[in-house]
Design a protein around this ligand. Structure first.
Ligand code: HEM
Length: 414
């Protein structure tokens, strides 16, 4: 790489196997050589890797747009390459339009709303651990699937379909586009699930209940009720946000805690350390590794000549390892504070579900440590997500622990 130039052409593709083999090293190289580079992969895109660049671009939505356009192909605008998915609201809108929709989402994901959801999260967490606790061994990802069922339950979708929603979204963000699993998700699962979501939207318009879909279809915007297209676009984004990210964080945290039993024991002895520990896991693992924007006018950004239509990748995970902001960034310090990590994004699109994500992560890690305190992981049999460019994590975690007793007598596993 040319170190004299701040904006060199770099050998980089966040979707490649080469990157998946060492994402930390792959981003470190760019940070150490100016922070910004141009990759020729996927039709070409800028990679923003240092904290200041990511921070500045994420807050400048007049130049770095999230809106869906034809630049860089068709599909979801915030990933590179674009995924063939339905329009998502509000993540694919810029202000001022964006604000009207974000105002609808905020009350259902605010701290007070999450407070009301705690019982639901705790019940599914207890139930999922119950389903394996007597066996003394399991694939821990079966427990880590709690955020998927919580999201499907909370939104008001059919619980019988929760695994299908979970698998389809996992493929969309962490599958390999040429694989059969990915094609099956795109060609068979998403059309089926979209149909089920549309049916539920129609049903809730006719007979509203107290679920989130009923709330969405009753919202007013510009003196009219939101239409089915908008309700679907918001619903599918909440689903996409809810099912994968938290599981990714918890999967990586539990594997790390299996390797670092001293830290695990500290968390067991003093659960009050958990809040800051979860923030540090968010920084260190950055479940959503990177998301994209489109440059909407010719500009010079931190010395780099960007053109209208250029795509740009904002690497949250790399910003989180920037030594200019974080001391010893490649070490986990569960007491690190303050911790200005970028795992939930920055700027107007900062994660709407951060409070829920935090609570679900905390509940799951705390309960696993409480009920399986001596768990060990078969590290040689771990299976990583097939590609780690957007979401990173483990999809198979064989574990053993001392068997325990169930705590619920009335939980039906769907
Ligand atoms: C550990 C858990 C989570 C992580 C790491 C995470 C990460 C992110 C990131 C990085 C963004 C910024 C997108 C951008 O700037 O383009 C985002 C946005 C969003 N997330 Fe999350 N998320 C998590 C949990 C959740 C949950 C549980 C939900 C749903 C209930 C959710 C719903 C959303 C929504 C709706 C947006 C779009 C916000 C907007 O465009 O205004 N997220 N998330």
């Amino acid at each position: 790489m040319d170190t004299a130039n701040r904006c060199p052409v770099i050998h980089f593709d966040h979707n490649s196997q080469e990157h998946s083999a060492d994402p930390i090293g792959s981003y470190r190289k760019i940070r150490e050589n100016g922070g910004i580079g141009w990759s020729e992969a996927h039709g070409g895109y800028w990679v923003l890797s240092d904290y200041e660049s990511v921070f500045e671009a994420a807050r400048d939505d007049e130049v770095f747009s999230s809106a869906r356009t034809d630049d860089g192909g068709e599909g979801l605008s915030v990933v590179i390459p674009k995924t063939p998915m339905h329009f998502h609201i509000p993540i694919e809108l810029d202000p001022p339009e964006f604000r009207k929709y974000r105002k609808i989402v905020n009350p259902i994901t605010a701290p007070a709303a999450v407070e009301r959801m705690k019982k639901l999260v705790d019940r599914h967490t207890d139930g999922f651990i119950d389903s394996v606790i007597e066996d003394g061994e399991c694939d821990l990802t079966s427990v880590i699937a709690v955020p998927s069922i919580v999201t499907v339950d909370w939104l008001g979708l059919d619980l019988a379909d929760w695994k299908r929603y979970s698998h389809a979204h996992h493929q969309a963000l962490a599958g390999i586009p040429s694989s059969d699993d990915y094609k099956h998700a795109m060609e068979v699962e998403f059309p089926y699930l979209s149909e089920r979501m549309r049916e539920t939207i129609t049903a809730r318009r006719e007979n509203p209940t107290d679920d989130i879909i009923s709330y969405l279809v009753q919202q007013e915007l510009d003196d009219r009720t939101i239409d089915d297209f908008e309700a679907f676009a918001m619903l599918e984004l909440l689903l996409a946000g809810g099912v994968g990210t938290t599981a990714s964080l918890v999967s990586q945290s539990l594997v790390w805690l299996a390797r670092h039993t001293d830290v695990r024991n500290r968390l067991i002895d003093d659960p009050s350390l958990m809040d800051h520990a979860v923030e540090e896991f968010l920084r260190y693992f950055s479940p959503t590794q990177a998301l994209a924007r489109t440059v909407v006018e010719d500009t010079e950004f931190r010395g780099c000549p960007m053109k209208k239509g250029d795509r740009a990748l904002l690497a949250w995970s790399s910003a989180n390892r920037d030594a200019k902001l974080f001391e010893n960034p490649d070490d986990i310090d569960i007491e690190r504070w303050p911790n200005r990590h970028t795992a939930f994004g920055i700027g107007v699109h900062r994660c709407a579900g951060s409070h829920l994500g935090r609570y679900m992560s905390k509940a799951l890690i705390t309960q696993v440590l409480e009920r399986m305190p001596d768990y060990t992981v078969e590290f040689d049999s771990l299976q990583a997500y097939p590609h780690q460019g957007t979401n990173m994590g483990w999809q198979r975690i064989p574990a053993k622990y001392t068997p325990g007793k169930k705590v619920l007598t009335d939980y039906e596993l769907y």
